[in-house]
Ligand binder design. Sequence first.
Ligand SMILES: O=c1[nH]c(=O)c2nc[nH]c2[nH]1
Length: 447
Amino acid sequence: MKGSTITSTGPETISFLPHQLICIDNGGYISRIIDQTDPDYSSTRNAAKRQNQLISLNEDDFLLPGFIDLHVHAPQWPNAGLALDKPLNEWLNDYTFPLETKYKEVAFAKKVYNHLIRELVDNGTTSALYFGTIHNEANLELAKACIRHQQRGFIGQVTMDNPDQTPSYYRDASAKQAISHAETFIQQVVDLNRTADLKQTPVITPRFVPSCTPESLAGLGALAKKYDLPIQSHCSESDWENDYALTHYHKRDAEVLDQFGLLTDRAIMAHGTLLNQSDLDLFKERGVAIAHCPISNAYFGNAVLPVAKILAQQNKIGLGTDISGGYSPSLYRNIDQAIVSSRMLHDGVDQALPPAKRGTSINAITAKNGFYLATVGGAQSLHLKTGQIKVGYLADLQVVKAPYPTFTDQTPDDIFEKIIYHTTKNDIKQVFVQGKLAKEGHYETQR
Ligand SMILES: O=c1[nH]c(=O)c2nc[nH]c2[nH]1
């Protein structure tokens, strides 16, 4: 591939390099990056051209790493944009659970999941961490849709067996049955992977503390250990959820998950808007990552996650769309919202207060911080060697056409910021996952 690359090199930094040749090996890894000043540049480019394997980007195209979405409720895609003004508990009971129960029909699952995965890939998302439903067969359709559309999926069979907090029409019959279904799903994905080029990963998925019994939480902790698998759940996502843990376990939400062996360095906890300092310290000690879902948090979070503080104290953190608590399938829009929310956290929101009392001491985040979360932060959270354009890393890439013409001279930082704020799926011309084309562009090879 020949063109300009933009990649995150740290929370505050990017590298912007024009005229690069990115060589990708047969396994889908970046094997070499050659600068135009390198004596091998012309011969390598010409050899690729002769073999009909050169993809050349235009001057106003840029090669970025694919994005990593750390929190998607796949079955909620038909509800994206609905009922966001309801409180979390009401939203779950009146909108979300009635929809999720429909996935007992495999044909419905197949239709929705194929549409969703296509949409996410078209928006530049090359890896994603999914909540499915309690239905084994539907979850398997989700894994198949990821393979079909060439996306690296991490897929959870959701566990929710607490009769006090789940409706009778949508719950696991017992803790024992929930654990057995979770184990069956792990084996089904292992079987599916035998014939798949792009491997999918099963994920241990207690929905959240309120919807599980202590027995299922303990069983899932044991299963995660037995198979050494990633774990996902929600943690301290709202006042209601925090109060539930305090009332029922006399512990904080994070401490309950920890008690059951669910906070490991492969765990990714969604939201965390109300994590306190001791929770964050516990997360850091255990290596737990936070999936920051800024659009969803604006509706259900009851607070703004202090991202600058979390980055400064080096907790693991990435970004999630949280479909359908978040309405947008685009991580670009979630980066934008993360920046906007952080500015409001810093400056404050109550205009009746004097400026000195209005905000907080937590700094606003930048486009570079957001880009880091959507790429490097996500990759670290999932233990993936991707998220950067770097030798030895997976070639998970997106080709973005600068959304608007440049009317004036622009620095690399200007170009980068405009891409972050303006890119829509129509500006993403091609997407590659593990070196293979996942979104068709209109490129001629060999230009
Ligand atoms: O944003 C959310 N979406 C959900 O589906 C959910 N379930 C528990 N807690 C949740 N939060």
